[in-house]
Design a protein around this ligand. Structure first.
Ligand SMILES: [Zn+2]
Length: 134
């Protein structure tokens, strides 16, 4: 089994509903997503996937959808105000925790056609969540 990991950086804002800690208020993170791809066999060039191809495809999606956006739960009461002000938001079904964001990115990487085996999302330098597709 071969594995490659590419690391992508993006900034995002969020807050957690029904939560009592600091993350209950609107705030931001400098997030780091580590995308792990795996393959039993290498391609003709001797790669799992070309890093340039991975970065272009996945960073492109992250830049367009998540970077410098407020990522908020669909039930967040601040959403109508932000929409009225035409602020960029990315709306998710559940609380935008690191766990859910890791899953969101993993599912998008899979949809883009990459053999993803895990996404590790670092919310801070010392805290990360990992999602592995079943
Ligand atoms: Zn937070």
């Amino acid at each position: 089994m071969y594995q490659v990991t590419t690391t992508l950086h993006f900034c995002y804002g969020h807050r957690l509903l029904r939560y009592r800690g600091k993350c209950r208020d609107l705030h931001g993170h400098n997030g780091v997503a580590e995308i792990e791809l795996s393959a039993e066999e290498l391609d003709a060039l001797g790669m799992v996937k070309d890093f340039t191809t991975i970065k272009q495809a996945i960073q492109g999606w992250i830049d367009a959808q998540l970077d410098h956006k407020m990522i908020l739960c669909k039930d967040d009461p601040v959403l109508p105000a932000l929409r009225q002000l035409q602020e960029p938001v990315f709306v998710v079904e559940q609380n935008p925790t690191a766990e859910h964001l890791a899953k969101l990115i993993c599912e998008e990487v899979k949809r883009l056609g990459f053999p993803v085996t895990s996404v590790r999302l670092w919310e801070t330098a010392s805290s990360c969540a990992v999602y592995r597709p079943a």
